[in-house]
Design a protein. Structure first.
Length: 355
């Protein structure tokens, strides 16, 4: 079976995770890298033994056999690059967030649909063993009617982190703790608890010298009436303290936590004996990290191409997580509850070419 050829656009920190994942998949091949920094391109070409380019246009012109383009640039550049790759008939993997505006997210989704290429957004936390077990339990209906859910990110990103690159913490290219660190947890809340109906929130920039928020608290109401609580901070001293995800229902309770949310700390259900719950917890305890999430995303893209199906994490999934961040921003700005806007039907119509 022939290998699937990948290229990386944007040779920063996150690109190394993509490259490691590609190298760990037998059916994947890293063919080329692209970055506007000549020194960085030379470094990557030498280190990874790949061809390098200073622009996506140059790379696409010289690499006709590429199958997938992985967008790993600052978030504000995702849309034009993803659209360009899709127009060249390349499948697209976009790092989170899919974009910084819904308009840009829709451009990416539409370009991939019109050019009949696959689109996946990197939300790798879905593939953590604890989270996959939790998803199975929710899908089985073991929690019954949900009362409320909670996502907490109490992390540290000190000023030196933001000072490493001028685009970090800016509204035009990056965003704050919600758009970067906590967007994974917002994705999980939406994926596990369902569509959102209304949001109330407060954001603040308390300790970091950045344009965007470094701390946020929000309350959600889901369409089924369940409530949600979000606490996200990059200000916790002196290092990452906690990441947790909790689900509370009429017949079940689950809490995933730790410095990163990789361990099931509490699990109990009305209709499952305690020893069965303990087995699930022990299973996760034996391998809490599992296969890296980026490797899951890339391996799934390969299968999606070969099976001609949608990837497990779609462009719409990325859009939902982005919309939740933006709705929190809007609610915090207005100091008032904000209703969720449902635009999927409109964009789907545009993609089908009706307009």
């Amino acid at each position: 079976m022939s290998t699937i050829s990948f290229a990386i656009v944007g040779c920063g920190h996150i690109a190394t995770k993509h490259i490691e994942a590609i190298r760990n998949i037998e059916q994947a091949e890293l063919a080329a890298v692209c970055d506007t920094n000549p020194a960085r391109i030379q470094e990557y070409m030498k280190k990874h033994n790949v061809r390098g380019y200073l622009s996506l246009e140059e790379m696409l012109a010289n690499e006709p056999d590429l199958d997938v383009v992985n967008i790993c640039t600052p978030s504000g550049l995702h849309a034009p690059l993803a659209v360009q790759a899709a127009a060249a008939k390349k499948h697209v993997i976009v790092e989170k967030p899919i974009a910084l505006t819904l308009e840009d997210a829709d451009r990416i989704i539409q370009a991939c649909a019109e050019n009949n290429v696959k689109l996946s957004v990197v939300h790798p936390n879905r593939f953590r063993p604890a989270v996959t077990e939790l998803k199975k339990l929710i899908d089985k209906g073991l929690f019954g009617k949900l009362s409320h859910v909670n996502a907490t990110v109490r992390w540290n990103r000190d000023q030196s982190y933001y000072d490493q690159a001028a685009w970090r913490g800016t509204k035009a290219m990056d965003g704050g703790v919600l758009m970067n660190q906590a967007i994974h947890n917002l994705d999980l809340l939406y994926w596990l608890a369902g569509p959102v109906e209304e949001v109330q929130a407060y954001n603040a920039t308390r300790l970091r010298n950045i344009e965007a928020e470094d701390v946020s608290v929000a309350v959600l109401r889901f369409t089924d009436g369940a409530l949600g609580i979000i606490e996200a901070a990059a200000t916790v001293y002196p290092q990452n303290y906690e990441e947790s995800l909790s689900i509370f229902g009429e017949t079940g309770t689950a809490v995933i936590s730790g410095r990163t949310a990789n361990w099931i700390k509490h699990l109990i259900f009305k209709d499952i004996p305690e020893k069965e719950n303990a087995k699930i917890m022990e299973k996760v305890e034996q391998d809490p990290y599992g296969t890296p999430g980026h490797q899951h995303i890339i391996a799934d893209m390969i299968r999606a191409i070969r099976e001609d199906r949608e990837p497990l994490v779609t462009g719409w999934d990325g859009r939902n997580a982005l919309q939740l961040v933006l709705t929190i921003y809007e609610a915090a700005e207005k100091h008032a509850p904000v209703k969720w806007s449902h635009h999927k039907e409109v964009v789907s119509t545009i993609v089908r070419g009706v307009y």
